[in-house]
Design a protein around this ligand. Structure first.
Ligand SMILES: Cc1ncc(COP(=O)(O)O)c(C=O)c1O
Length: 433
């Protein structure tokens, strides 16, 4: 895309970004929402639509990186948030809302005997890792090469989507001992993964997995892989921790259950909070007892001024109530349609691109364009911008999802926009050489 085309649809965002740069580093508080040359600023959202500062309305398939499973400003969630806020946003006392939300969450999966809340997925991953260490008395964790689990040091290791098995970090200044304590295993290679895990078993607290890891392509863990990790954990007492911050929406009781596995601890975020800041860990009462302060100092003291705040808890109760089996099936079918329509366009254009995902999640992996030297990431960015011009928002990693307010017309609109955007992407990639 030429810069002028992008600028022609985003003049107000350009001005806002100039202001932002003066007071925020690079104009930004969240790396993921930066987009070169400047991001489009949101003004409001309603249902399946987001409106930017220039007043342009688009179908939102990004949904805040797959958080907003009920779209923007769902009336029942707005009511729950408003009512909770009117009663007081946070207290130095527990509230009933925390109990209600834990009951709602635990009723969805037999392995969720107890739950505990934070204000983000990052904190929830941190809590699960610390709980695993407290429970086992061991320091190391294992994670899948390239997979993303948020900003906590121990998991910000080998999280760049690459298949490399090296323990490395892109976070400048990361202590070497943190990196050394994070073991990296290959994705969907059961024998090799278990071989590596066995080498570290004496020091290993947990195996942290995302059953549908988006950063390495959004393909699900295979049945064999899940079974091999479960068997290793059963044999050794190492905990299997399923990070479903992004993938919980794959099944009514989460992704691991939908894929036929059982985790010891499950980390959640995003969809369970209805758009409010949220994180949760649920699992076996025996493991969760590391937090129990009722019998003296717990093994793992864990606080947070906003943990289980009633606004997030109430939004969460409403979000889970709305996330019925029927709705999940419906958005899963629409997701299938989205993947099919993209695949057809890609095939019609003879491209080597790939579409992954399942249920309501999708990711398009831009490969190459014959006659252009553009990298996959550059093509992803061109596609993202061309989709914006055509009235659709997805992530510039190609990540997207269907939300419950979406209807068939949204999916049809997406199909037409994707078709035009792919043509524009090919033309622009070739024009750039
Ligand atoms: C798998 C996974 N884990 C953890 C996180 C971190 O969650 P949060 O952004 O709420 O801190 C994310 C966020 O995208 C995620 O996808």
């Amino acid at each position: 895309m030429s810069a002028s085309t992008y600028e022609s649809v985003s003049a107000a965002s350009k001005d806002m970004y100039a202001r932002a740069r003066a007071v925020l580093p690079g104009g930004n508080s969240r790396t993921a929402v930066f987009s070169s040359p400047y991001p489009i600023y949101a003004a409001s959202g309603s249902g399946s639509r987001v409106v930017d500062l220039d007043g342009t309305s688009r179908i939102d398939f990004l949904n805040n990186s797959t958080t907003l499973v009920h779209g923007h400003a769902h009336p029942e969630i707005v009511a729950a948030v408003s009512e909770a806020a009117a009663r007081g946003t946070c207290f130095g006392l527990p509230t009933e809302s925390e109990v209600l939300f834990a009951e709602a969450l635990c009723s969805r999966n037999d392995s969720f005997e107890q739950a505990r809340f934070t204000s983000s997925g990052t904190e929830a991953v941190m809590m699960a890792v610390q709980a695993s260490r407290a429970h086992t008395g061991k320091a190391k964790i294992a994670k899948i090469a390239g997979a993303y689990h948020g900003a906590y040091d121990s998991v910000a290791v080998n999280n760049d989507g690459s298949g490399s098995l090296l323990s490395h970090s892109h976070t400048a200044g990361m202590p070497a001992e943190v990196i050394a304590n994070t073991v990296v295993i290959p994705f969907n290679e059961p024998e090799e993964a278990v071989k590596i895990l066995r080498e570290h078993v004496a020091e290993l607290a947990c195996v942290l997995v995302d059953p549908v890891p988006w950063r390495i392509g959004l393909a699900p863990m295979s049945t064999e892989y899940i079974a091999a990790l479960r068997a290793f954990c059963d044999e050794t007492g190492v905990l299997l921790v399923s990070d479903e911050v992004g993938s919980f929406r794959i099944g009514y009781g989460g992704a691991m259950g939908a894929l036929g596995g059982v985790a010891d601890l499950t980390v959640m975020g995003k969809v369970i909070g209805g758009g409010m800041p949220i994180g949760a860990v649920a699992g076996k009462a025996e493991v969760m007892s590391v937090f129990d302060p009722s019998k003296g100092k717990p093994k793992l003291p864990h606080s947070g001024s906003y943990n289980a705040n009633p606004v997030s808890m109430s939004a969460g109760v409403a979000s889970l109530r709305l996330l019925t089996q029927e709705q999940m099936k419906r958005i899963g079918e629409l997701g299938e349609q989205v993947r099919d329509t993209m695949t057809k366009t890609i095939e019609a254009n003879d491209l080597d691109w790939q579409v992954n995902g399942l249920e309501s999640l999708f990711r398009v992996l831009t490969g190459t364009v014959p006659g252009s030297g553009a990298s996959s990431a550059q093509l992803g960015h061109l596609l993202f911008q061309a989709l914006l011009e055509n009235g659709v928002l997805i992530g510039d990693s190609g990540l997207g999802c269907v939300s419950t307010p979406m209807i068939q017309a949204d999916i049809d609109e997406f199909g037409a926009a994707f078709d035009s955007a792919v043509t524009a992407t090919i033309d622009r990639a070739r024009a750039q050489g």
